[in-house]
Write a new protein. Structure first.
Length: 91
C-alpha cells in the first residue's frame, strides 16, 4: 500500500482540517497527507478487527463449531495432562 501513491482530493469539515493542521504544527505528524493516510490506515485496521471479531462471535454461537471444539479438547486432554505432569516434575 505504501509503494504507490495516488493524488486525490477530499472534502473535510473546516474543524477537522484545523485540528489536523494543529497536529501537524505540533510535530505529531509530518504533513496533512501523512496524517490522513495514517488515520485511514488506522480506520481500515479497526474495520478489519471488527469483522474478525464478528466472525469469532458467529463461530462461538455455531453448534457444529462448538461440537468440534469439545471433541478436540477431549482428544487432547490426555496429552495436556501428561504435559502438565512433565512440566511440574521438572520444577
Amino acid at each position: 500500500m505504501q509503494n504507490q501513491t495516488v493524488r486525490t482530493t477530499i472534502t473535510l469539515p473546516a474543524e477537522l482540517l484545523a485540528a489536523t493542521d494543529r497536529i501537524v504544527s505540533q510535530g505529531k505528524a509530518k504533513s496533512r497527507n501523512e496524517f490522513v493516510a495514517q488515520a485511514l490506515l488506522h480506520e481500515l485496521e479497526a474495520i478489519k478487527r471488527a469483522s474478525i471479531d464478528a466472525e469469532l462471535i458467529e463461530m462461538a454461537q455455531d453448534p457444529d463449531y462448538q461440537a468440534q471444539v469439545l471433541q478436540m479438547e477431549a482428544e487432547f486432554a490426555v496429552a495436556s495432562w501428561e504435559a502438565l505432569q512433565l512440566g511440574e516434575s521438572s520444577v
